[in-house]
Write a protein that binds this ligand. Sequence first.
Ligand SMILES: [Zn+2]
Length: 815
Amino acid sequence: MSNPEDYTVGWICALTTEFNAAIFLLDKLHPDLSSCAEGDTNSYKLGEISGHKVVLAIMPVGKPGTTSAATTANHMLRTFPNLRICLMVGIGGGVPSDRNDIRLGDVVIGSPTNNGTGGVVQYDHGRAVHSQKHLKPSGHLNQPPEILLTHVGALGASYEREARSITKTVETALQGRSSRIQRKYTRPDAETDRLYRPGFAHEESDKTCTQSSSCFDADPSNLVPRRYRDEDEFPKVHGGLIASGNTLIKDATRRDELSSEWEGDILCFEMEAAGLMNNFPCLVIRGIADYADSHKNDEWHGYAAMVAAACAKDLLSEIKPVQVKDVLILKQQMDTIKEAVHEVKATVDEIHSGHKETEVKDWLKAPDPSTNFDKGSSLRSEGSGTWLLKEPRFIDWKAKEGRPFKFLWLHGIPGCGKSVLSSTVIDNLERCAGCEPLLYFFFDFSEKKKQGLRGLISSLVNQLYRKHPKSRTEFERFFNEEKQRNGCGTTASLKQLLACLTEMVKVVDQLWLVIDGLDECTERDYGGKHMHEGLLAWMKDFFSPGTSCNIHLLVTSRYLEDIRSSLEVWTDTKSWINIQSDLVSNDIGNFVRQSFAVGKGLDRWAGRIDVQLRVITELKEKANGMFRLAACQIDVIKDCVDEPSLDRVLKSLPKTLYETYDRMLKAISPGYRLKAIRVLQFVIYSTTPLRLDEVVDIIAVDLENEPPFRVQNRMPKPEDVLLFCVGFLMIQDRVEGTSPSSAVKYLQLAHLSVKEYFASGLCSIPDEAISNIHSQLSESKAGVVQTSVLLAYLLHAYRTCPGTALSDSSKRHEM
Ligand SMILES: [Zn+2]
């Protein structure tokens, strides 16, 4: 009776032919086991090769594939607890190429290549994404055990000096067997090894590709010419990449396509190894039975199985049994792998707890309003907004003395420059000693995280935490209590945030708070069933005089009915300031004046005060209090190189913002039009700002071509994106991570009114080009294009850079 604990070498086969070949090669056959571990359904043959006790296991018949292989291996490990090395031995489909002269009956051993691969790659994780057409390299699997790799080298040397020979090993194994077995496992006639050109497919689907098939009679030019190999050169042993997956490759074109995705390093395709390599270290040995093409032919199966098994036997003969005893048993090897993973995780956890601030940041997931502040500041010119800073109500609002709750509402028409004013106020408060802590937030149509109550509250908590030590202590107390009571979860709930902010504000004496763009908040419903249902209800609760600390609150928005009626309930209408057009006119004047000083293009008029005055007067009048309109018009005026053209443009300046946008669309040169449409299709409907490098890739995708994405089609200078549709877009730097140098460029719409303009689908001047662009920018049309472009792009990412690029972009685009 055999003792399962004696066996140190596992040997797995998928097919009966392979299993029998292995049995023929055993030096000694041992009696079967009396019983297996519970639930182990494998069938085994036990025996000995060069002093090694070997377990041969066969996978369930008719169930090829990586999962089946993994199950077989796991059963085997439970029944034979002392296994130390594992071999996967059988047949595979060869990938012949100019570089690799692979013939039927050759052997491939999966071994690491120079670029750090593990010997086996998995090719078919991408199957679900794109039907059967494209398979994706999903990465390299574990390395084979070192002791095996070392002896693969030694084996190669033995073959070279003819100390060993596969042919001899096969002959010895077949000696004295029946003629039927000899026929099946001996090398077929060299004439039957035919390599057809990839374009020449096997036609008769009901017939295998044997001498009787029409392929044999076809024009010999369909065969790939190969150099003559001497008898004693057979079989050759190759070391390199084996591609493993659950899809049978039986198409030469696909075989070569896949191989090229791994830079031609793939020598062989098979269907089991990936299931093993991920679980524990093993070595894969494959005899080449076909060329993974449509010319299916079983003639070489027996011999290919035999050479693979012979090679495995020769390898074991190179290794002394005592050397194997030194190897960790497989179970422990697996535990070591698991432990290493745990250790890494523990270290990461430690880093986390050591950095409270990171933890807090993660919990809050607070959006960063400083990007909006920067954007507003960049549009601000010297002296802009001074009318507000001099306004008595503002001076009173800002002052420390006086009432415990002070409020201002700045309201105005779209495009009047509210966000610029907010930036002016924040800047003014930051320069003012004693106006702290100062908190601010910008609701932002272009960024989903900045459109709801959650974004506002989490950002306020985060700012207070950083700016006010007493609140920080309060926060930590709250955070720890909440953690003990409910387990904080990975992300704070809105309820937790609101309670937290209330606690923190209690310990603050005075607080300055600026909230910009209430109308860009999408959750402002007032008077809902729940107390904190929307922004307006929450504001009333939180700020109503007498219920909170000494807060100076300034908000800006359009004059919308729901905002007005809600504020009317709890604020004094005397604290509402209309951003009047004549006040803004001064700001516009300043802005235009500044543009002459620094603006690219306008500086050509630096010496012409008369021209400058004329432009300023004209723009102030035409813009009629709309800051945004003036900003767009400056973009047009920039292109005027002489006075007559300048006069012409000034005379015909559009009066409304939408008309301005119409003209800006019309001005897009036909050569840029398609690119402009593509960019807008993405930017208008994106819920988060797009990274500039992503936009560059989006533009580079050409859906009419195959492949649709080529790296060389990327624009060399990403900022040139702005040229496609001047005035509609802007680039913004955002600091990501802790280092200020880690700024990332983002592309977004220049103004909320741009989004509204395209949503309206209206053009105020009848023009075919403009209405054509509008129709391309409908939400449904844009959606279709977005999906196609992203699919094409992801496919590229799949092929070239498995893992990272894909998960990153698909997450960002919420596909
Ligand atoms: Zn054929």
